[in-house]
Design a protein around this ligand. Structure first.
Ligand code: NAP
Ligand code: MG
Length: 404
């Protein structure tokens, strides 16, 4: 085999949980280490390590991405009450992705991988629909309260200057009910808009933004206005690149997206992005084909698969049963990180290698070798599916031939 390709600067590697952790190590051992020489700054965000370190390791990992600029992350458990019992945890640690996102103040872009023999459920879709999800605030930073007696709910803003307090009456409760307060900030919305504009320019795709400004005239209206201002600032650049900006009502955006053939960046508020990215991923075929990258305003990148730890498969694996878990999105997290590292370091051979791995993956599926989730939707039909490790081995064989 040819000499290993040298990666100039380090990549931050963030390990995770359950089935994706198993896949992670196959990918590293079979598709990365044999071909590239890379300095990986390793952070173990497996649930046990987070518990041991009182979640400090998550903060350290996020800061390492700030330092080195490029990270690659395996899926991790966000513990709920059941998980606390299952893993005997000290407490319900916060979502690692939430922690990393707030430290990097980033925007998450989710892009499906399109493969010829895996037709989307929505037959009109021909090009990727990329979701740009604002990753700060709204209900993810809310305060909420269950009201269990009659009373008045109010929203109070106290100016730091000591000026007059602003009190908004929410509701007069006669009995049980529920309330919630949420917020966002202008700088965060601005950097969200800027990140989306940058991404649209780099991918040369139209930019859509949807919100519900007819109902939420101020909150959603604020998003619409700030986003629009940022777009206005670069109007000429967008025009020159042939990129159209469209603001629409979120429900209209949903209808337009379904009727379109894809090929746009759909900027979404935090919650919309959470929900719509699962819709788009499923529409394109499988959660196992959805990639995700967190981009910070300072140009730091964290690549991951959009799916979780595939826990049902992990329980099968623990019982000693064979699994057929799709590793494609996790492989593309690695290639995304390598390609970005190569671009930042000005090492085209690293970028080329990342592309070669991606081609090897796509050709493997197109040759009829795929995991069960894809076999169920492949067109033309295939007779059998590959086990988790078999798929990665096939990719490795193809990659060896391509790089020989
Ligand atoms: P999930 O891991 O995404 O899996 C949901 C289901 O989707 C699976 O049971 C499987 O369906 C299918 N699926 C997802 N990825 C697949 C793949 N690569 N190959 C084949 N099938 C795949 O979501 P979850 O079960 O709701 O969450 C499990 C854990 O992941 C939770 O602890 C959650 O906190 C965590 N999570 C982490 C992240 C992250 O770190 N980015 C994101 C989401 C969830 P079948 O069972 O029908 O085969
Ligand atoms: Mg979600």
């Amino acid at each position: 085999m040819a000499d290993k390709i040298k990666v100039k600067n380090p990549i931050v590697e963030i390990d995770g949980d359950e089935m994706t952790r198993i896949i992670w190590h196959f990918i590293k051992d079979k598709l990365i280490y044999p071909f590239v020489d890379v300095d990986l700054k390793y952070y173990d965000l497996g649930i046990k390590k987070r518990d041991e370190t009182d979640d400090k390791v998550t903060v350290d990992a996020a800061n390492a991405i700030k330092e080195y600029g490029v990270g690659v992350k395996c899926a991790t458990i966000t513990p709920n009450a059941d998980r606390v019992k299952e893993y005997s945890l000290k407490q319900q640690w916060k979502s690692p992705n939430g922690t990393i996102r707030s430290i990097l103040d980033g925007t998450v872009f989710r892009k499906p991988i399109i493969i010829r023999n895996i037709p989307p459920a929505v037959s009109k879709w021909k090009k990727p629909i990329i979701i740009g999800r604002h990753a700060y605030g709204d209900i993810y930073r809310n305060v909420e309260y269950v009201v269990d007696e009659p009373g008045t709910a109010e929203l109070v803003f106290t100016p730091k200057s000591g000026g007059e307090k602003k009190i908004l009456s929410l509701y007069e409760f006669r009995g049980r009910g529920v309330i919630m307060g949420m917020h966002n900030t202008e700088p965060s919305i601005r950097s969200f808009a800027q990140a989306c504009i940058q991404y649209a320019l780099s991918e040369k795709v139209d930019l859509w933004f949807g919100a519900k400004d007819t109902i939420s005239k101020q909150y959603h209206g604020f998003f619409r206005d700030v986003f629009g201002e940022e777009v206005d600032k670069v109007k000429e650049r967008l025009q020159a690149a042939g990129i159209q900006y469209r603001f629409m009502l979120i429900d209209d955006a949903v209808a337009q997206v379904i009727k379109s053939e894809g090929g746009m960046l759909w900027a979404c508020m935090n919650y919309d992005g959470d929900v719509m990215s699962d819709m788009v991923a499923t529409g394109f075929g499988s959660l196992g084909l959805m990639t995700s990258v967190l981009v910070s305003p300072e140009g730091k990148y964290e690549f991951e698969a959009a799916h979780g730890t595939v826990v049902r498969h992990y329980y099968e694996h623990l019982k000693g049963n064979p699994t057929s878990t799709n590793s494609i999105a996790s492989i593309f997290a690695w290639t995304g990180a390598l390609a970005k590292r190569g671009a930042l370091d000005n090492t085209p051979e690293v970028v080329t290698f990342a592309g070669t791995v991606e081609t090897a993956v796509i050709e493997t599926v197109e040759s009829g070798i795929m995991t069960k989730d894809l076999m169920l939707i492949a067109e033309p039909k295939v007779g059998k599916y590959a086990l988790t490790e078999e798929f990665i081995d096939s990719v490795m064989e193809r990659l060896k031939k391509k790089t020989a």
